[in-house]
Write a protein that binds this ligand. Structure first.
Ligand code: NAD
Length: 277
């Protein structure tokens, strides 16, 4: 049995990294994937990879932080495939800085991408998830739908140099638990993964990183080499995770295996933090 066979899944930020690995894994497990990314090129590449492997996917490029875009993205998915079963909020980036040097713009950008955008996407999903489920339940039907939010150990435990990112990812944990409380009775499970260090462009050695364009701003992504070495020593598994390993945890939460898991924060960090959230 394929784990998400025939399910329609919207995955934001799936042109690269963890989102792309998730899109490919979902497609391999039978899902129809709507690939969103800020950058059209990478979004189309993910779709091409899925189609080359025999799957079905549609690219809907655009910024999830743009007002009105979350509604447009989900409407396009439903116009094309008729319904929405799974939403994965994965789009994101970092814009690090120490507290005393952090600008208001830096602070706000992280709240916009990691808290406001997922909130707007979940609100925009209400007609397709909550309202449809309500009608089905009145007819005696039971269908499970899933929302998976991609948070971080920074949000769960804090991290030096990331007060803005930590606040955004902690907000996403609050959002996850609140959606779980409101929509659980409609068989909509809302959970999050709190990821540790996963090898993507966000965790490249910062000293060698070139600035990238995120919408209108230039940001240098990456983690200082000293911190990368420290993490590998602190992680019991002795290495960072791979995007595919993060995707596996997201798939679990989006699958029927997690039908009674709701409002949970699944820490995926190779054992670095061994406390509950
Ligand atoms: N890599 C890690 O160690 C790590 C750890 C914890 C959490 N995360 C989270 O995982 C998610 C994916 O990150 P990644 O490491 O795969 O990085 P990545 O840069 O490889 O992929 C993120 C994708 O999101 C897209 N994106 C950024 N802003 C967007 C917007 N406004 N609208 C649409 N798409 C947008 C980017 O274009 C990019 O393709 C992020 O939310 C990140 O915060 C990553």
């Amino acid at each position: 049995m394929e784990l998400v066979d025939g399910k329609v899944a919207v995955i934001t930020g799936s042109g690269r990294g963890i989102g792309q690995a998730t899109a490919k894994l979902f497609a391999a497990e039978g899902a129809i994937v709507v690939v969103n990314d800020l950058d059209a090129g990478p979004a189309n590449e993910t779709v091409d990879m899925i189609k080359a492997a025999g799957g079905e996917a549609l690219a809907v490029p655009g910024s999830v932080t743009e007002p009105g875009f979350p509604e447009k993205l989900l409407a396009e998915a439903v116009a094309r495939y008729g319904r929405l079963d799974i939403l994965v909020n994965c789009a994101g980036y970092t814009w690090d800085g120490v507290i005393h040097r952090m600008s208001d713009e830096q602070w706000q950008a992280m709240l916009d991408i990691h808290a406001t955008a997922p909130f707007r996407l979940i609100r925009a999903a209400a007609p397709y998830m909550r309202d449809v489920a309500k009608q089905e339940i009145a007819q005696g039907k039971v269908n499970y739908r899933k929302i998976v939010n991609v948070s971080s150990v920074s949000g769960a435990y804090g991290n030096a140099g990331q007060i803005n990112y930590a606040a955004g990812k902690a907000a996403l944990i609050g959002i996850t638990k609140t959606v779980a409380a409101e929509w659980g009775r409609f068989n909509i499970n809302c959970n999050a993964v709190a990821l540790g260090m996963i090898e993507t462009r966000l965790t490249q050695p910062k000293e060698q990183a070139k600035p990238v364009q995120i919408g209108e701003r230039e940001v240098t992504l990456g983690v200082p080499q000293m911190m990368l070495q420290a993490v590998s020593m602190l992680v019991p598994m002795g290495r960072p995770g791979k995007p595919e390993e993060a995707a596996g945890a997201i798939l679990f939460l989006a699958s029927p295996l997690a039908n009674y898991v709701n409002g949970h924060i699944l820490v995926v960090d190779g054992g670095m933090y061994r406390a509950g959230v």
